[in-house]
Design a protein around this ligand. Structure first.
Ligand code: C5P
Length: 303
């Protein structure tokens, strides 16, 4: 049943505990073998009934992010309306905390939130799997953000299988760098590095990471984290290596570039350790902001 609204949806950011990048395919995507985790850094999208489709926003990126038909939220709403054969009418408002172009899939998260919100607003009642099918037409990370949790991503990242592990929270520090990195450029840089004589070796399978997750020991997980895009992000932003090192010097179990960067993640022993690390990393002056987050958390959900 359709609702008068408003429908409020909260959606998390994602990180990749393992991001294995395979060869470039004919369709312009790289084959991926990744382990996603949804973390407690959220955007919120509110959908109300309207006679047209409109989008307003506040928070991270307000004034910078285009709110027209190029915005992934608008594209998501239109894709859902086409799928369900209903008019794409809604008044949407985004409260954004996830930074733009940061390697945290903020844009993909908002698209996932728009699918969940308009599905409820219009009373369509799609299953998570059906929503994920629409999500896959919008971007590689969007289906994962419909499900959340911890999941294996294959194909170009859009094919999701949940990772079944007994509940355990991991504690992260998320250090946001100044400015963004465009995902396609980072993939292109990896291809360029790999074409050279001393190209970085691909990580390959996620089996080691999946085994480490089951042990629930941050020092074990630390040794298994890996990201093939890290070398490319560092090549484009050499200053990130100082941030990676500063976190380790401050006692983080591991440091890792998030997705295509430039956000850097630090694995902490527990929640208190994450708080201490955040203070030290912020004090280093090497990032724009740092905060704690835990994962896994659920994907896009109605509040
Ligand atoms: O799927 P999404 O729109 O998020 O991808 C953005 C860009 O990142 C793609 O156009 C492509 O250049 C690059 N990409 C890739 N291989 C992937 C995912 C993304 O090359 N598996």
């Amino acid at each position: 049943m359709a609702t008068a609204g408003p429908v409020r949806v909260r959606v998390p950011a994602k990180i990749n505990l393992h991001l294995g990048v395979g060869p470039l395919r004919d369709d312009g995507y790289h084959e991926l073998n990744t382990v996603y985790q949804a973390i407690s850094l959220y955007d919120e999208l509110t959908a109300r009934r309207g006679d047209t489709l409109s989008l307003t926003m506040e928070g991270e990126g307000a004034g910078t992010l285009a709110l027209d038909g190029t915005n992934l939220i608008i594209r998501a709403v239109q894709a859902l309306a086409d799928y369900a054969r209903v008019p794409a009418h809604a008044r949407l408002h985004l409260k954004k905390q996830i930074p733009l172009a940061a390697g945290l899939a903020g844009g993909s998260a908002d698209a996932a939130a728009a699918l969940v919100a308009c599905d409820a607003l219009w009373g369509i009642g799609l299953s998570r799997d059906q929503l994920a099918e629409v999500a896959a037409t919008l971007g590689s990370d969007v289906p994962f953000l419909i499900y959340g949790g911890t999941a294996l991503g294959t194909g170009h990242g859009e094919t999701i299988s949940p990772v079944l592990v007994r509940p355990h929270s991991w504690h992260w520090v998320v250090a946001v760098a100044d400015g963004g990195l465009a995902t396609p450029e980072v993939y292109r840089e990896l291809d360029r590095l790999r074409a050279g004589l001393d190209g970085p070796e691909p990580l390959g399978s996620a089996d080691g990471l999946l085994a480490a997750l089951r042990q629930k020991d941050p020092t074990v997980l630390a040794a298994a984290l890996g990201n093939d895009l890290q070398a490319a992000a560092l090549s484009l932003r050499p200053a990130l290596s100082d941030l990676l090192k500063a976190g380790l010097a401050a006692g983080a179990c591991a440091s890792l570039v998030s997705g295509s960067g430039p956000t850097v993640l630090f694995l902490a022993r527990d929640a208190a350790h994450a708080e201490t690390l955040t203070t030290e990393i912020e004090a280093s002056g090497l990032c724009r902001a740092a905060g704690t987050a835990h994962g896994p958390v659920p994907g896009a959900r109605i509040l």
